[in-house]
Design a binder for this molecule. Structure first.
Ligand code: AMP
Ligand code: GLY
Length: 413
């Protein structure tokens, strides 16, 4: 079967790597893809125009499309493909609102009793500032719309909170913020696939959102991940019962059938697991850590979701652990330096995998071409071995002035 993968990051390279192993795939395409994916798939130039890609897929006879990033999902790529009778793994626009609008997600959680931080939403700066005046720091201010992981301010002073609110709300475009109660505790990512009925959680993982060691420095799109994250006792079952099930059932009762991946960002608070955010897709870098441990055929899984047969499929996993270290360009996240030479070594793929993101092939070889450049994934029989292999992989890369965290997995080691 002809399969198309949409996206160009490390997550999509990992999806492409996994899809390429499926005997069900006769030909793999990636739009727009990246140099790493070019070794596994035919790259289709794409500037983000959804109708164009859907028409191309129809003419090419693409039988299944997997969508990596949130942008196209929130813009309605699944709707456009479905309207042409094409099968697509990824939620339709109304369902992708769980990520596209934090205020929609918070209201949904409120309606269905899903545990999350107390909140208020505002669309004008004056009311937001008046409200903040009555609160106390620490407090959290979030841009309600998509912000590539950079729209959240965990404010330690009211001044900082007010500045964040004013920055978002005083621009020329209409905007909305969510002001949220500050929660504390370890964070875990629980991804689940669903066909709108059956829910199958994937192995829990943990991202590292801050740029520097010890969870310091600015927020980023994610600097590394470990999998599986060792959740205690029944916590995963609790998250399934209190979060995933009411979400999928609640959406269904509102006429929205969610098909694809649900990303639940969870904080394990003293009062139980609480949702920090929902996303409508695999996490990046969580996917790079999770997918190498998935034994089940990704295409078989995606087809079961699309066709509403997930109840017939149990997921199988390889034993052991994985650890992903993200290597970013100097200047990331604000002003990444592009065009730096990059050289990847050959290491045994059962131990170390390289997933590319912001890279470009040139006559002189591979160059950096964005902030998030490379995900290095180590695989091992336990977390310690996975981490050791990931860092062996990192040290073998030639990439001057690369930024990466030296302490991935530090909280569970
Ligand atoms: P989000 O994109 O909503 O997951 O937020 C990004 C990061 O901000 C999370 O991974 C947390 O580290 C932090 N964060 C978000 N919401 C809260 C909250 N209510 N309390 C404390 N930290 C939060
Ligand atoms: N790892 C954070 C995200 O994918 O949104």
């Amino acid at each position: 079967m002809k399969v198309l993968l949409v996206g160009s990051g490390g997550r999509e390279h990992a999806l492409c790597w996994k899809a390429a192993q499926s005997p069900l795939v006769s030909k793999l395409y990636a739009a727009p893809g990246n140099p790493g994916m070019a070794e596994l798939a035919e790259l289709v130039p794409w500037d983000g125009n959804i109708a164009y890609l859907a028409d191309w897929a129809f003419q090419e006879g693409i039988e299944l499309t997997l969508v990596g990033p949130e942008g196209p999902l929130v813009e309605g790529i699944a709707d456009a493909f479905e309207a042409r009778g094409l099968r697509v793994f990824g939620p339709v626009q109304r369902a992708a609102m769980i990520e596209g609008s934090k205020s929609f997600a918070k209201d949904l959680m409120h309606r269905y009793g899903i545990p999350t931080a107390q909140y208020r939403t505002f669309s004008d700066a004056l009311s937001a500032l008046e409200y903040l005046e009555l609160t106390r720091a620490p407090i959290v201010v979030k841009d309600s719309g998509l912000a590539a992981g950079k729209g959240v301010t965990v404010a330690t002073t009211l001044h900082q909170a007010k500045q964040a609110a004013a920055n978002i709300l005083s621009g020329p475009e209409p905007a909305e913020i969510v002001v949220e109660e500050f929660l504390s505790g370890p964070e875990v990512t629980v991804l689940a696939v669903t066909d709108g009925q059956t829910i199958r959680p994937l192995l829990p993982s943990q991202d590292h959102k801050r740029l520097q060691d010890g969870d310091t420095g600015p927020m980023t799109g994610g600097m590394g991940a470990i999998c599986p994250y060792p959740l205690e006792g029944d916590t995963l079952a609790e998250i399934e019962e209190q979060v995933l099930r009411p979400l999928v059932r609640g959406l269904r009762s509102e006429g929205i059938v969610y098909k694809g991946v649900i990303y639940a960002g969870i904080m394990l608070t003293g009062a139980g697991p609480k949702v920090l955010e929902f996303n409508a897709r695999f996490g990046d870098p969580e996917a790079q850590a999770i997918l190498p441990l998935l034994q089940t055929d990704l295409i078989e899984l995606a087809l079961a979701v699309v066709e509403g047969r997930l109840g017939e499929l149990e997921l199988r996993w390889h034993p052991g652990s994985s650890a992903c270290v993200v290597m970013t360009a100097p200047g990331y996240p604000d002003d990444p330096h592009k065009g730096l030479p990059l050289h990847l070594p050959q290491l045994p793929p059962q131990q170390v995998l390289y997933f590319q993101a912001g890279t470009r092939q040139s006559q002189e070889g591979l160059l950096t071409n964005g902030g998030r450049v490379l995900s290095v994934v180590g695989l091992g029989s336990d977390l310690a071995q996975a981490l050791e292999r990931a860092y062996t992989g990192v040290k073998a890369v030639q990439f001057e002035r690369a930024q990466y965290r030296r302490d991935i997995g530090w909280k569970v080691r």
